[in-house]
Write a protein that binds this ligand. Structure first.
Ligand code: ME8
Length: 523
């Protein structure tokens, strides 16, 4: 039986303006999910939308549409964006789904019955856009530490979750399980900023917010967004529904991938809720860094005076989903923040996709056409140069796996591209055009071409999780079905004598100045 792997992206606040920053989380998750499949795992990848709360309600009202209709339109748009980026999820959960709503009510009831939820009055500083209460010490310059906007004092009757009871258990969790939260710097942040100063009980219901899941036993309250939102990881698997097969199969999650701004909800509140429910904890939470624009977090609610084009809906049709995926996965050091720059994206397009990968494929294919009429040659023996190339390819293959086991997508994709660079260097060294002219060069030429083709094959098998579309184009042309990782550890994956198909140019060279000028007219 295949080993299971359950991975989640955060569920997004509904917005027709999801930024390339939001796309970053989803692209990473999709890549990890695809890589785990490549490793032969039974993967379940879930994302979705987080649809309750005052902000959502107000936004819908502004459009004049019925709230549900407004949400349906946005969600269709979000799903279209994920499709555009080749995001392959197994489940898209909406927190307005009936199953989710029913299960969240039951979860809230259980927590209440077990004595983890009680009624009191909340008085606090609230950031409306972020839907978060903050303590005075958490504010930065008197403003919301997440978005920098004004907070307001609010007081109302609320139900509270006894988060304060979980400090010791959380500290023990981090200590006994050092890989629970990665990168490890985030653990220090949780301990020093939140747990050591003392966890306060968490407000988990509102009477002022009508667009939410009602508390079953006290209907003037709605369930406060984080219990609702975090429970999606369970309810999306059918937890507490008629069909909980997926829950039995996939829970606990193997990986919750989240941006660093929501680590505290995932590493503190979520394990506490699960402990209170007596459910197993997720195996790992990874808090990735932010995509910055001019030093600030790229955000859908902030207006930026910039000529940068950050809109994936413009970038993807112009440069392809693979190019955008490549740029984000490669350029941002994983776990850290990284600056977005359209110019850097275009430079990477030309230098890595066009000059390195694309050029390798097109040179190799055209040489095969010229020398062997597109037929994959059989080889009797390889020379030292070919053996060296093979061993480099195999060691990069191992590196890709090692980095992906640590979710370091940026180093992993760099290793895949090192394979293509090695092959380009090898072409210069082997000089197939000169060998073709040698009187007895035929066998040698076969060995060169076969080495290049097998290198491209292995490179593209490894590339598929990162850049699925281009990898598939090349593998299809080579007549190869995608294999599992363990099945492409040899230089003999191609069918000798079979003809490969011709390919059009994968990444046509861009005139960067012209592109930048055109983009600046679009933003
Ligand atoms: O937080 N760079 O939703 P969301 C990198 N509904 N990642 C970014 C980013 C940037 N500039 N901007 C946003 C929520 N993100 C909640 C989640 S989960 C139970 C509930 C990431 O739409 C952000 O860190 O505000 C988060 O991981 C994701 O986009 C969704 O953000």
């Amino acid at each position: 039986m295949k080993e299971k792997f359950y991975i989640t992206s955060p569920i997004y606040y509904p917005s027709s303006k999801l930024t390339i920053g939001n796309c970053y989380t989803t692209i990473i998750c999709d890549t990890i999910a695809r890589f785990k499949k490549l490793q032969g795992k039974d993967v379940f990848y879930m994302t979705g939308t987080d649809e309750h709360g005052q902000k959502v309600f107000d936004a819908a009202k502004k459009t004049g549409k019925d709230v549900k209709q407004h949400l349906d339109d946005i969600i269709a748009d979000t799903q279209q964006l994920w499709k555009m980026l080749d995001i392959e999820y197994d489940k898209f959960i909406r927190t307005t789904d009936e199953d989710h709503v029913c299960a969240v009510k039951k979860i809230f009831n259980t927590l209440y019955e077990k004595g983890y939820i009680y009624k009191s009055t909340y008085k606090g500083l609230y950031c409306l856009p972020c839907e978060s209460f903050w303590t005075p010490s958490q504010l930065v310059d008197g403003k919301c530490p997440d978005c920098g906007r004004e907070v307001v004092e609010q007081e109302e009757e609320s139900y509270f979750f006894k988060l304060s009871e979980f400090s010791d258990k959380l500290l023990a969790l981090y200590k006994e399980n050092p890989k629970f939260l990665l990168p490890t710097s985030r653990v220090n942040e949780m301990v020093n900023n939140f747990i050591k100063p003392g966890l306060e009980d968490l407000c988990v219901s509102r009477t002022s917010v009508k667009w939410g899941i009602p508390v079953e036993f006290d209907k003037k309250h709605t369930i406060y967004v984080w219990i609702d939102a975090l429970s999606n990881y369970l309810t999306g698997l059918g937890y507490l529904s008629e069909n909980d097969e997926n829950f039995k199969k996939y829970w606990p999650a193997d990986l919750h991938m989240v941006g660093k701004d929501i680590v505290r909800f995932h590493a503190i509140i979520w394990p506490a809720i699960l402990m209170a429910l007596d459910l197993p904890l997720p195996k790992q939470i990874f808090g990735h860094g932010w995509l910055l624009l001019g030093g600030d977090k790229l955000s859908k609610s902030k207006k930026t005076e910039t000529i940068e084009c950050t809109d994936p809906r413009i970038l993807v049709p112009r440069y392809s989903a693979d190019a955008v995926r490549y740029y984000l996965l490669r350029e941002i050091p994983f776990g850290s923040d990284g600056n977005y720059s359209t110019e850097a994206l275009l430079n990477r397009f030309n230098s890595d996709l066009c000059n390195n990968f694309g050029n390798l494929v097109s040179r190799t294919f055209s040489m095969l056409k010229k020398y062997f009429n597109l037929e994959i040659p059989a080889v009797s023996a390889y020379d030292e140069n070919e053996k060296q190339l093979q061993s480099k390819v195999m060691s990069e293959r191992e590196n890709v796996q090692r980095y992906m086991d640590e979710y370091d997508v940026s180093k992993a994709i760099a290793s895949v591209f090192d394979i293509f660079s090695e092959a380009n260097t090898y072409i210069q060294l082997a000089q197939p055009w000169a060998v073709a002219k040698e009187e007895n060069g035929k066998e040698k030429l076969k060995a060169i071409m076969r080495s290049l083709l097998e290198t491209i094959r292995i490179g593209c098998e490894l590339l598929a999780p990162f850049m699925p579309n281009s990898a598939k184009k090349v593998l299809d042309a080579l007549g190869v079905e995608g294999k599992e990782f363990s099945d492409f550890d040899k230089f003999e994956g191609l069918q000798e004598g079979q003809k490969i198909a011709e390919l059009s140019i994968l990444f046509p060279r861009l005139d960067i100045a012209k592109e930048l000028e055109e983009l600046s007219k679009l933003v």
